[in-house]
Design a protein around this ligand. Structure first.
Ligand SMILES: *[C@@H]1O[C@H](CO)[C@@H](O)[C@H](O)[C@H]1NC(C)=O
Length: 165
């Protein structure tokens, strides 16, 4: 004995809707995957610090072309490396002041500072000495120069080392 036609139609309709929902879910998942990979990409090539952002020990930023890396080393030194040969192009020299917790921070007021365990506001080990420039941005450029810009794009400080890709 077969299914009554009305039940068969209802069954088919549910099957079709079910498939559509599955297809939508698959499309949604694909979109999410693309979003996730874009985010990961954005993170891995983050090439600046701004507005109170920090680099704790072992954290780094990279130039957009990924040729250069600025890393807060676990020895307390902030070092700019050319990645292809691991050549250090610039360093803060703060390994001599190494403390358990050290971090480099782009302060909202425009000073780029390396602090030790005593924390922000005290115990600065090194600074760009550029306070009074709100919303400055520290940019690790693809030519290897690390440049601190004002909000309007004027250079406040830089390592001055470039063009060595
Ligand atoms: C940094 O990385 C080194 C090497 O992997 C590790 O020994 C050290 O514990 C790390 N330090 C921090 C503060 O994460």
């Amino acid at each position: 004995m077969g299914l009554p036609v009305s039940k068969l139609i209802a069954f088919l309709a549910i099957a079709v809707i079910g498939n559509t929902v599955q297809a939508d879910a698959a499309a949604g998942e694909a979109v999410n995957l693309v979003r996730a990979s874009r985010q990961a990409e954005t993170c891995s090539v983050k090439d600046y610090l701004a507005d109170g952002e920090q680099l704790a020990k072992n954290q780094s930023i990279q130039s957009a072309n990924q040729a250069f890396q600025l890393i807060m080393q676990s020895d307390g030194n902030l070092v700019l490396y050319r990645k292809r040969d691991a050549k250090a192009l610039w360093k803060s020299g703060t390994d001599k002041d190494n403390e358990r917790y050290m971090f480099a921070t782009m302060e909202v007021g425009g000073n780029f500072v390396i602090y030790g365990s005593t924390g922000q506001g005290r115990g600065a080990k090194w600074s760009s000495n550029t306070n009074g420039n709100p919303n400055a941005v520290l940019s690790l450029q693809s030519n290897g120069n690390l440049v601190l810009y004002t909000a309007t794009g004027r250079v406040l400080w830089s390592t001055g080392i470039a063009g060595q890709i």
